[in-house]
Design a protein around this ligand. Structure first.
Ligand SMILES: NC(=O)c1ccc[n+]([C@@H]2O[C@H](COP(=O)([O-])OP(=O)(O)OC[C@H]3O[C@@H](n4cnc5c(N)ncnc54)[C@H](O)[C@@H]3O)[C@@H](O)[C@H]2O)c1
Length: 253
């Protein structure tokens, strides 16, 4: 895959899990990286890891539910590095694990705000900047749960389905601008988000979730990071509006 030297990337939710690994992968390929997160400690730790490995990064505290903050995030990239080539809109939360009948409406709204509205808030300034430059690549982090349902996760599933519609629409609006917009749909990936749902710490639950994938295992953040970097690379130059599964055969059954 070609090098990302002289390219600039932003990663939301870059302080943990898939975002952290992807930010590090962008930097290893030569990009300068803006790490955005509500979690200051996590975001700064990612920047430190990149710098320790000889890369270039900076942290910007960003709550993706705030449109002014996401615009500020893009401004940081442009002020520091003069451009924005890649954006990985990855920040997300799991939300409640409960049937619709018991789901608190405020909790449901929070999942939609972070996982769906948050990506819309990012796309606006990212696409504007990329259009002004004449090109760029955006990847939104959806999920297998953007393509099929999952009992007791209605807020998450609805947001991730919506994200695929948003991705396709943004791709159509940018077919001739040079800005490509795609999504990744990971299966269950071993990150702190899964720990918070008890999936990785409970051996029985883990075994059950692993078995939902044809490969009978969880994915790694690195496997998602590699797919994101490929979608951003020039090797994916005719790929837009795509929902790329990184899911070990979860959806093949
Ligand atoms: N882990 C999985 O199995 C899996 C599978 C499919 C999709 N995903 C998606 O991948 C993305 C990353 O998940 P992860 O598993 O790495 O989780 P994670 O909890 O390890 O990381 C999520 C990061 O997002 C940040 N974040 C949360 N709310 C934010 C906000 N409002 N503004 C800015 N940052 C915020 C958190 O602070 C955290 O650093 C999420 O969108 C998730 O839905 C995860």
């Amino acid at each position: 895959m070609g090098s990302f030297i002289d390219r600039v990337a932003v990663v939301t939710g870059g302080g943990s899990g898939i975002g952290e690994t992807t930010a590090i992968e962008f930097a290893e390929r030569g990009a300068s990286v803006v790490v955005a997160d509500v979690d200051i400690e996590g975001g700064e730790a990612t920047v430190e890891a990149i710098e320790d490995a000889g890369g270039d990064a900076r942290f910007v505290e960003t709550d993706v539910t705030d449109p002014e903050a996401t615009r500020g995030m893009v401004d940081v990239a442009v002020d520091a590095y003069g451009r924005l080539d890649f954006a990985f809109n990855n920040a997300g939360i799991g939300g409640a694990q409960t049937p619709i009948t018991d789901y608190d409406p405020d909790d449901w709204q929070t999942v939609i705000d972070v996982n769906l509205v948050g990506v819309f808030n990012c796309l606006k300034p990212e696409i504007e900047q990329m259009q002004a430059q004449g090109g760029g690549a955006v990847v939104n982090n959806s999920s297998i749960l953007g393509q099929v349902g999952f009992a007791s996760s209605s807020g998450y599933v609805a947001a991730k389905h919506g994200l695929l519609g948003l991705t396709k629409t943004a791709a159509l609006e940018n077919g001739e601008t040079g800005v490509r917009i795609n999504a990744v749909c990971p299966g269950f990936i071993e990150t702190p988000l899964l720990d918070s749902g008890g999936i990785t710490s409970d051996p029985e639950m883990r075994k059950q979730i692993e078995g939902l994938h044809a490969m009978n295992r969880l994915g790694t953040p690195q496997e998602v990071a590699d797919a994101v970097c490929w979608l951003c690379s020039d090797e994916a130059s005719f790929v837009t509006g795509e929902a790329l599964g990184v899911e070990g055969g979860y959806l093949s059954r």
